[in-house]
Design a protein around this ligand. Structure first.
Ligand code: OGA
Ligand code: MN
Length: 296
């Protein structure tokens, strides 16, 4: 049950990296009042990724806090919580389980223990989520760090010729593979990027709240820039990805139990390091329904 609402103003401590800030002094078991919400919303708009540490959340708590940021979105294919992994019946549609843990030989969640590539969550949908909130229930002693990439910085610092080359262009966001690049169950393998299934989105995306522009890439595999010969599209995409994947745009989260990471899925990409599969890593995630993608 929610306790009384917050009585103190949160403190915001930037990571000092390309993005991200710690939020101190907020107990997510309590309801967020208007003043607290404003502080968090401002910090989120400024830092794009927020970390709340030392939390102890049930799925209901995670869902309740997440709803401050919009309507919950359904989990992507292959990650929906099930009884076996302890997700309550009322939460299975909304809580994605990200874990390498197996019960009776079967994975209880998505992504295993391997590396995942830079990506935007569910951007292969016409309306990708606004945000994802990932909460750590169990962490390996090392490995499995999550990187976040500031795509506004990546856009601003793009060389003028690349900026010009993507102006007004759209790109395919592959729906046939997960963020580790694996073919999804039932998906057909394509070799010609012009035939990749998935949404087409503008390569320059305008943030609906702050109005700032970000490079919107989604994921590299299967991408195709509409209207270009395949070779030209590949060359341009390689140049954009080489630019965006530079370390100065990224900051890495080293997980501790009780950390909740909330990222803006409109202007941030993320990836994950692999980790030792004999260790346990268990995360529960919510995602927030997004708004139509604005070209910027
Ligand atoms: C995700 C994701 C990264 C991680 O939940 O969308 O990419 O660190 N997870 O597990
Ligand atoms: Mn992801």
């Amino acid at each position: 049950m929610p306790l009384d609402s917050q009585t103190t103003t949160p403190w915001i401590q930037p990571t000092g990296g390309a993005l991200g800030a710690d939020v101190h002094g907020v107990d997510l078991l309590r309801d967020i009042d208007r003043a607290t919400y404003e502080v968090l919303a401002d910090a989120w708009a400024k830092h794009l990724v927020l970390r709340f540490s030392g939390q102890k959340l049930s799925d209901d708590d995670l869902m309740r806090f997440s709803r401050n940021w919009g309507e919950l979105d359904r989990t992507p294919v292959g990650t929906a919580g099930q009884k076996v992994n302890g997700v309550a019946a009322n939460a299975v549609e909304w809580i994605a389980v990200i874990s390498n843990v197996k019960v009776e030989g079967k994975p209880i969640g998505g992504l295993g223990a391997y590396e995942s590539v830079w990506h935007t969550d569910m951007s292969y949908n016409p309306l990708p989520p606004r945000a994802s909130l990932l909460y750590a229930l169990e962490c390996p002693p090392s490995g499995g760090d999550t990187g976040f990439c500031n795509m506004e910085l990546a856009y601003e610092s793009l060389p003028a010729d690349l900026k010009k080359a993507i102006q007004g262009k759209t790109c395919t966001h592959d729906s046939s593979r997960n963020s580790a690049g694996e073919l999804r169950r039932g998906a057909k393998e394509t070799t010609d990027p012009r035939e990749t299934p998935g949404a087409h989105h503008p390569l320059v995306r305008k943030h609906p709240v702050t109005g700032r522009s970000a490079l919107f890439l989604g994921r590299r595999v299967g991408a195709y820039i509409q209207g270009l010969p395949v070779e030209e599209s590949e060359t341009l995409l390689n140049a954009l990805w080489a630019h965006a994947s530079q370390p100065q745009f990224a900051w890495y989260q080293r997980w501790r139990m009780g950390d909740l990471m909330m990222w803006d899925n409109r202007n941030v990409m993320h990836r994950r390091d692999s980790f030792d599969d004999t260790a346990r890593r268990l995360m529960h995630r919510t995602q927030i329904v997004g708004e139509p993608v604005l070209a910027g």
